[in-house]
Design a binder for this molecule. Structure first.
Ligand SMILES: [Zn+2]
Length: 419
């Protein structure tokens, strides 16, 4: 049976080991997580440093690090004290080779592969172009071959990979490891659980890409001592398709991340045909193909292009910036659909800052006016004001961090079973 991990938050640490009192066991697991996360953040720390950083008593740090060393998850190194006198300082750090995460980001036109060690450090990465005429079976073959290449390049054996973390645009069934609907394959599903046949020790995680972006953006903000107190945020990914992620703190103070189906939320009663087969989805106006279709006045019920190269979008943007009315109108309509959609999300939740990511950020100057107009049409925004909007250009970095962070958290849960 493949083990499929769907990681919600650190509060999901249940399933207690037999015998121990629930309260004690839960506390022990929480302390292990606290120590591992602190070590991963800083790279290496002394016993005293760990106690200060985590707020745990010195005796607790001793017990926790002994457990982690026994499991092989951390290692100690002696560091000579400057001046050469006195006892060397003992530094603790996660043992790099304890676990490896293979991350696979499937986008519309390419697949990106990355390998990270147990410290969360990037070891290797490469990308392959995606065969747009491919099938789910050919994609699985392609990914399986590339993951083997990823292991060979770093001289890893199949059992050295502890987590295979995949992401895609579209709708995923995280529990089953299945991509249910995707821009390229439509409703032909892709069963990624099969990939575990070659990786005997790996847990599989499958996530919507924008969920990873929201997770990583929120984690960065929560760790940033200079940032204002975190309560929640929205990430909005603009490109060929439109993705939205919401990261919020739940009642226990744990991070809960979701990726509602924003791109295919019905937005307007119009004829604009979406890739999903519906008419009037946000994506049908705000996705790259929606903008292209409107700019060139192609009939709105034309079946959308599978993929619009970025160079094509740059040409439309240039012509909009030079004053071409139809091109300007296309971006404005896209902004309007995004603003109206966002206003609905804010009405359902509360005001949260919005971080915009993805290749579409380079056209934000052309989208911003329509977006603000769309937001202001709602009572919620008139009463509460516009949300704070940020442009975050490094979407790829956030996706990688999201993969590694969540996959290592799942590996950490396995460490906790060891005593
Ligand atoms: Zn749709």
């Amino acid at each position: 049976m493949p083990s499929v991990v769907s990681f919600q938050s650190s509060s999901a640490l249940q399933g207690l080991a037999g015998g121990a009192k629930p309260g004690t066991e839960q506390l022990r697991r929480q302390n292990l997580i606290t120590v591992l996360s602190a070590l991963r953040r800083s790279g290496a720390m002394s016993h005293t440093g760990l106690s200060v950083e985590t707020g745990l008593a010195s005796a607790t740090v001793t017990a926790v690090t002994a457990d982690l060393e026994r499991a092989g998850a951390i290692e100690r190194q002696e560091q000579a004290v400057s001046g050469g006198r006195g006892r060397p300082r003992v530094m603790l750090s996660p043992r790099r080779s304890f676990a490896h995460v293979a991350a696979v980001q499937i986008s519309s036109d390419a697949v990106h592969y990355a390998l990270a060690d147990y410290r969360g450090t990037l070891i290797d990465r490469f990308s392959t172009r995606r065969d747009l005429e491919g099938t789910p079976a050919s994609l699985l073959d392609e990914v399986s071959g590339a993951v083997k290449r990823l292991m060979e390049r770093s001289r890893l054996k199949p059992e050295d990979v502890s987590a295979l973390s995949l992401s895609s645009k579209g709708i995923v069934d995280a529990e089953a490891g299945r991509l249910v609907w995707s821009p390229v394959f439509g409703d032909r599903p892709v069963d990624f659980a099969k990939l575990l046949d070659d990786l005997p020790q790996a847990q599989l995680a499958l996530n919507n890409e924008t969920l990873l972006v929201a997770h990583a953006k929120a984690s960065r903000q929560m760790q940033d001592a200079d940032a204002p107190d975190f309560s929640g945020l929205i990430t909005l990914s603009l490109g060929h398709s439109i993705g939205l992620g919401i990261a919020r703190l739940d009642g226990q103070g744990s991070l809960a991340v979701t990726a509602p189906n924003f791109g295919h939320m019905l937005n307007a009663v119009d004829d604009r045909l979406c890739r999903c087969g519906s008419r009037g989805c946000i994506e049908a106006t705000a996705g790259f193909y929606g903008i292209l279709r409107l700019a060139f006045q192609v009939p709105p019920n034309t079946i959308p292009a599978r993929f619009v190269p970025l160079a094509e979008m740059e040409k439309i943007a240039l012509s909009a910036r030079q004053g071409t009315r139809m091109a300007q109108y296309a971006f404005r309509q896209a902004g309007l659909a995004l603003g109206q959609g966002l206003s609905r999300v804010l009405s359902l939740y509360e005001n949260m800052p919005v971080a915009i990511t993805g290749p579409g950020t380079r056209f934000y100057d052309l989208l911003a006016g329509g977006m603000e107009e769309g937001l202001r049409q709602s009572l919620h925004v008139r009463l509460n004001g516009l949300p704070h909007i940020d442009i975050e250009p490094d979407e790829a970095g956030l996706v990688f961090d999201g993969h590694v962070d969540r996959a290592l958290a799942a590996v950490d849960q396995r460490v906790m079973a060891v005593r």
